[in-house]
Write a protein that binds this ligand. Structure first.
Ligand SMILES: C[S@@+](CC[C@H](N)C(=O)[O-])C[C@H]1O[C@@H](n2cnc3c(N)ncnc32)[C@H](O)[C@@H]1O
Length: 213
């Protein structure tokens, strides 16, 4: 993101993220309709039986309950939340804003999800570039977000944009990473009677281009 100044990725709270996430939060960050939309996207894009990486994970992964996966690995900041997540077969506690490199080998996963958290990354391009390395070529990442956040921990550029701007920004993160293809932006906001209902839900989906990208 050479066209954005460093200030775009500052936060109101620049204290170490480990402090903010030290207390577990056994809450949901979006409402039931938006969670159902995330689960629907996972049903659509994540291969059943695959090895799944849940990036910026907590106590809940939103994966379709009826679908078995070979492995689900979570990476997040709160040990208690990750330990309570019954979909995870393993987890790692790591601050992606101080260590953007993922502790996994090339092609270790078939797909990844990153739910309502992309706005907290101070170097999202570095994280997404390394995510492209740890996925098999063609493996999808499903990045979802709503219009809610922990405001002091979201980067400045996020606060300056509306929902459409967020979709464009996240698409640009994947393009800037340089190793993603087939990038789509989706509005999966729940509707009732043709009208928006509850928390909106947006997604950017890309596929890892592989080592020759
Ligand atoms: C709003 S919660 C979303 C959690 C989960 N993905 C969900 O859908 O419920 C934000 C998550 O991002 C993780 N997180 C925030 N900052 C992080 C960082 N610097 N490095 C790694 N994970 C981080 C936190 O541990 C927390 O679980």
């Amino acid at each position: 993101m050479d066209d954005l100044p460093a200030a775009a990725f500052r936060r109101a709270d620049e204290s170490p993220d480990e402090l903010f996430y030290r207390q577990p939060r056994f809450v949901t960050h979006i409402d039931a309709g938006a969670i159902a939309a995330v689960t629907g996207l996972y049903r659509e894009f994540l291969p059943p039986g695959g090895r799944i990486l849940d990036l910026m994970s907590s106590w809940i992964s939103h994966l379709p309950p009826e679908v078995p996966y070979a492995q689900v690995v979570g990476l997040g900041l709160n040990h208690e939340e990750l330990a309570a997540n019954d979909r995870l077969s393993a987890f790692v506690v790591q601050n992606l804003n101080t260590s953007a490199g993922l502790p996994f080998g090339d092609g270790s996963f078939d797909a990844a999800g990153l739910t309502v958290s992309i706005d907290y990354l101070t170097d999202p391009v570095a994280v997404l570039r390394d995510l492209g390395r740890v996925l098999v070529p063609g493996g999808p990442v499903v990045i979802t977000f709503s219009n809610r956040c922990f405001p002091t921990k979201a980067v400045a550029v996020w606060h300056g944009l509306d929902d459409h701007g967020h979709l464009t920004l996240v698409r640009r993160y994947l393009e800037a990473a340089g190793n993603w293809t087939d990038i789509q932006t989706l509005d999966r906001s729940p509707r009732r009677g043709g009208r928006p209902s509850g928390d909106p839900l947006f997604a950017v989906v890309g596929r890892a281009a592989g080592p020759d990208a």
